[in-house]
Design a protein. Structure first.
Ligand SMILES: NC(=O)c1ccc[n+]([C@@H]2O[C@H](COP(=O)([O-])OP(=O)(O)OC[C@H]3O[C@@H](n4cnc5c(N)ncnc54)[C@H](OP(=O)(O)O)[C@@H]3O)[C@@H](O)[C@H]2O)c1
Length: 328
């Protein structure tokens, strides 16, 4: 029921195939960006001061880009990015739409333009938390905050710009719970994370559909599995059962480093191979194939994360909640 598979969505994912990028799960962000001309380019990375986002920021800066990092903890962000040339921090909390508006207005006032946005900030498996008028926190932070940010920054996105939604194979866990998006009953932290990650994929699908004619493209990515501060809300005694750590204490096979985890996002933000494939969901630096099973380490894309009707419904709800729709 929460993971609908319409014939149209099944057909959409069935058409998806890797393109043969030459990169793979072990590729790093630096390898993906080797030879990519980023001098004079500006990329915004939410969450660009921790985990995968920090690795993406460092690699983009090394490749010559100016990297703008909106942060809910600006001092921490400034510390993490000290010595990274071209990285700039500004205050913004995705859980606070006023702060998103202030950040976006300041950015627009500065006259800067954006070549790409990597929307990587996120929370996972939190205890039940309410944001703003009572919205469920995963949906509000991971999705609604980014909806507002991208739509407010639309005037700064150059022709040919790309928006990358950092989703997850966590989308396997839930489609959109259209009749109870905010978990008015039956809160479950993993279902809430899963719904928000499906929302990230659907956001990219619909943004691309709206923006393509104006030269704006969007992609969703699953970065892989990487141990970062993202797991902080999950008690340590649950980690072994979740397969995040082996009995000897080491990360399990198939996990990536942050530098490998950042690779698909920077690839999606820059690779010419993706021209003509807007709206797709990517993993391991390529378009993801349809998910063949339920193993999140193997990944792939499920139909409810590629459902155009659900994506249009989500956009309308998000525009209504945030009060922003740059395409209306
Ligand atoms: N790690 C994985 O295995 C994995 C797998 C699949 C998908 N992902 C996705 O990858 C993305 C990055 O994850 P990560 O592993 O790099 O996690 P991370 O190290 O915890 O980084 C998340 C970032 O998001 C920021 N953030 C959280 N709430 C925010 C808010 N309200 N406003 C602004 N920024 C906020 C955090 O800021 P603070 O430090 O101030 O909290 C942090 O900088 C997430 O979207 C996650 O869902 C990760």
């Amino acid at each position: 029921m929460d993971r609908p598979t319409t014939p149209e969505a099944l057909a959409e994912v069935a058409a998806r195939r890797p393109l043969g990028s030459g990169f793979g799960p072990a590729s790093t962000a630096d390898e993906v960006l080797a030879g990519v001309p980023l001098t004079g380019r500006t990329v915004l990375v939410t969450g660009g001061y921790s985990g995968l986002g920090l690795a993406a920021t460092r690699a983009l800066a090394r490749a010559g880009a100016r990297v703008v990092v909106p942060a809910r903890r600006p001092e921490t962000a400034a510390g993490a990015l000290r010595g990274v040339p071209g990285a700039e921090v500004a205050a913004m909390d995705l859980a606070d739409l006023e702060s998103v508006r202030r950040f976006a207005e300041d950015f627009l006032d500065s006259g800067s333009a954006l070549d790409a946005m990597i929307n990587g900030a996120g929370i996972m498996a939190c205890p039940e938390t309410r944001v703003g008028p009572g919205w469920e926190a995963h949906f509000a932070v991971n999705h609604l905050g980014h909806h507002a940010l991208v739509n407010r920054l639309r005037p700064a996105l150059r022709h040919g710009a790309r928006v990358v939604s950092v989703a997850s194979s966590g989308h396997f866990l839930s489609g959109l719970r259209r009749d109870d998006i905010d978990f008015r009953s039956g809160y479950d932290r993993w279902t809430a994370y899963g719904q928000s990650k499906t929302a990230n994929a659907l956001f990219a699908l619909h943004l691309d559909a709206l923006g393509a004619a104006q030269g704006l493209h969007a992609f969703a990515v699953h970065p892989g599995s990487i141990l970062t501060p993202l797991q902080r809300h999950v008690p340590r005694d649950e980690w072994e059962g979740l397969g995040w750590v082996r009995p000897d204490g080491r990360p399990p096979a198939g996990f990536k480093t942050p530098e490998q985890g950042a690779a698909t996002a920077v690839w999606a933000a820059t690779s010419p191979l993706l021209d003509g494939h807007g709206g797709t969901y990517c993993q391991d630096c390529d378009v993801a194939a349809p998910a063949a099973g339920d193993d999140m380490l193997v990944g792939g894309v499920k139909p409810w994360a590629a459902d155009r009707a659900a994506a249009a419904w989500l956009w309308e709800l998000s525009a209504e909640r945030t009060g922003v729709d740059a395409f209306a």
